[in-house]
Design a protein. Structure first.
Length: 260
């Protein structure tokens, strides 16, 4: 009798490795614009012949484009279609948008909604209040749990053992010179967020930025994301956070959680 678990049996029977290879080619473009076949091979772990076939197919389908001069590949604008359809048809995003717009007006600061995904957070909605670096306006960015205010708010909504396990499993490379990477220090911040009902992180993801965040929870109390309010360091005092930021943020988080 086979000892293979049902999920493993289904994976071995239904899993299509060529699809996995195609997506590994697309994911190889993280952090860069153009890649040669050799670079695709090095980043994806597939041989050059496989990368050539996959890249050619993806270019034919419109998900990659190839420079006529250098023959290097880049993601095409068609990949944006998938993100658009996800956001356009996600009921939570639609219902949360006016709530975040009101929060932005109250706080006069950038507000973000992130989703808890694959042991990290991914920004799904971002509303700017003033001029800021362009990448802080882009959805789709993943941020770690251990050093972000939203991540710590989500961790605080989990059982302590599960939260610690996620932190210990993360690649805790610092994003700035102020990023806390020691498990003990991170768990102390998580404990403070659990006690206070919100998390604050200063300079840890972007230098000179302070972020206050509250976890979004489903009907069972499990976290599925976070709301963030971000401002420049030195612009907010502890009194500002307690009196001007937190009341609106807490109210917005309760409304968005109820929309889930």
């Amino acid at each position: 009798m086979s000892t293979e678990e049902p999920d493993e049996t289904a994976r071995s029977r239904l899993f299509v490795q060529s699809v996995e290879k195609a997506f590994s080619i697309l994911e190889a473009f993280q952090g860069t614009r153009y890649l040669s076949l050799l670079e695709l091979s090095q980043r994806s772990g597939h041989d050059k012949s496989t990368c050539q076939r996959m890249a050619h197919t993806l270019a034919h389908l419109g998900y990659l484009e190839q420079c006529a001069t250098t023959r290097r590949y880049a993601l095409s604008d068609r990949v944006l279609d998938l993100g658009y359809h996800f956001l356009r048809n996600h009921p939570l995003i639609e219902r949360a948008t006016p709530i975040l717009m009101e929060l932005r007006g109250t706080c006069d600061a950038r507000v973000d909604l992130s989703l808890f995904s694959d042991a990290s957070l991914i920004y799904a909605l971002r509303l700017q209040a003033r001029a800021a670096p362009y990448y802080t306006n882009l959805v789709g960015r993943r941020i770690p749990l251990f050093c972000s205010a939203g991540g710590r708010a989500v961790l605080a909504a989990l059982p302590d053992a599960e939260a610690r396990s996620l932190v210990e499993a993360e690649d805790r490379r610092p994003l700035t010179r102020f990023t806390q990477t020691e498990v003990a220090a991170v768990m102390e911040a998580v404990a403070a967020a659990r006690r206070d009902g919100y998390a604050v992180a200063a300079h840890e993801v972007i230098e000179s930025e302070v972020v206050v965040a509250v976890a979004l929870r489903d009907a069972a109390g499990a976290p599925f994301g976070a709301l963030h309010v971000a401002g420049g360091a030195g612009h907010w005092s502890d009194r500002d956070i307690a009196g001007r930021i937190l009341p609106g943020l807490m109210r917005a988080a309760a409304l968005v959680s109820g929309a889930a």
